[in-house]
Design a protein around this ligand. Structure first.
Ligand code: NAP
Length: 294
């Protein structure tokens, strides 16, 4: 079913969202603080609203995509907008925290609006394609009733739970995973440069060893989930095996004067496990030493 939708914020991402909705035939109104950034969308069929109140008043669904939740609260949380959103659905696609999503959901409920929170796991060029991933949390009925709108934004849009903070929490966890790989790559580049290894060789061997790393990551998540921390017949590598290799890396870094910023966190976690007498347990035992209960 074609819907009337307002896109609040037409920066890089908001414009991509608007284009995808227009492409799918939804009646789309756009509003942006700096109107010049919204105007090009008129040529694609969008109505450019002159005020936020006008945009919100004309739509059944209000999709927000601006810089952060504080900015969203600053523009939405006033008497005029609160009256205009009653009975409508607000979809917050701005990046934020689980706490921010919970507070936004509370404000919507208090003002008679439905609320879904989404974490966009894609760059603007993926929006509207089969590979576009958006995680959505909030009441499943609100998601199901508007699934067609979400499908227009990306082929891989998933409802990840009724609790509004879940999408942002999962987003943060996935970012933690991604930055582990990216900062690890920075570190590997520093080691290669110090030892005069071509980065092309690093790229080649990274590809060759990727299945081993993927296997270790998958095994770690599985074991942490099951709480299987003791070394057993299926253990791929113990903390002590990793710690031995880690000492070789530290020695190389010391000799080559490589900055220790990236490895300090690893060392702190190893030391906590060693102090707790768990050096010979499965690597997954380290998951107990990051301050979050298993
Ligand atoms: N780009 C990506 O690859 C990507 C991926 C995933 C998630 N996201 C998220 O999507 C959101 C937008 O990102 P973007 O890449 O589109 O950024 P962007 O191109 O810099 O656009 C930022 C948008 O926020 C608006 N804005 C900023 N402060 C505002 C305020 N106080 N009141 C009203 N509007 C305000 C801007 O309006 P003006 O034009 O008036 O400045 C503009 O529409 C962010 O939360 C970002 O984390 C982006």
């Amino acid at each position: 079913m074609k819907r009337s939708i307002a896109i609040v914020g037409t920066g890089r991402m908001g414009s991509a969202l608007a284009r995808a909705l227009l492409q799918a035939g939804h009646r789309t109104t756009v509003w942006n603080r700096t109107i010049q950034k919204a105007e090009p969308l008129a040529a694609l069929g969008a109505t450019v609203a002159l005020s936020l109140l006008e945009a919100v008043s004309t739509a059944e669904i209000i999709i927000v995509n601006i810089s952060d939740y504080r900015a969203t609260a600053a523009i939405l949380h006033n008497h005029a907008i609160a009256s205009a959103v009653r009975g409508k659905l607000i979809v917050e696609l701005t990046s934020g925290t689980p706490q921010g999503a919970r507070a936004a959901a509370k404000w919507c409920v208090e003002h008679g609006a439905s609320y879904l929170d989404g974490a966009i796991m894609a760059t603007p060029d993926f929006i509207g394609t089969d590979a576009g991933t958006i995680l959505v949390s909030g009441p499943v009925q609100a998601f199901k009733a508007n699934e067609g709108v979400f499908r227009a934004l990306g082929g891989n849009v998933q409802h990840v739970g009724d609790e509004p903070g879940r999408a942002n929490a999962l987003d943060s966890a996935l970012l933690a995973l991604m930055w582990g790989a990216l900062f690890g790559t920075l570190h590997a580049i520093a080691v290669c440069r110090a030892e005069e290894i071509e980065l092309g060789d690093l790229a080649q061997q990274r590809t060759a060893t990727a299945p081993v790393v993927e296997g270790l990551v998958a095994d770690l998540v599985k074991r942490a989930n099951a709480g299987r921390f003791a070394s057993d017949d299926e253990t791929l590598s113990s903390i002590s095996a990793h710690y031995g290799s880690f000492q070789h890396l530290l020695e190389l870094m010391e000799a080559r004067d490589i900055d220790r910023a990236v490895v300090q966190g690893y060392d702190a976690i190893f030391q906590r496990a060693i102090a707790a007498g768990q050096l010979h347990e499965d690597f997954a035992a380290l998951s107990q030493f990051l301050g979050a209960p298993a």
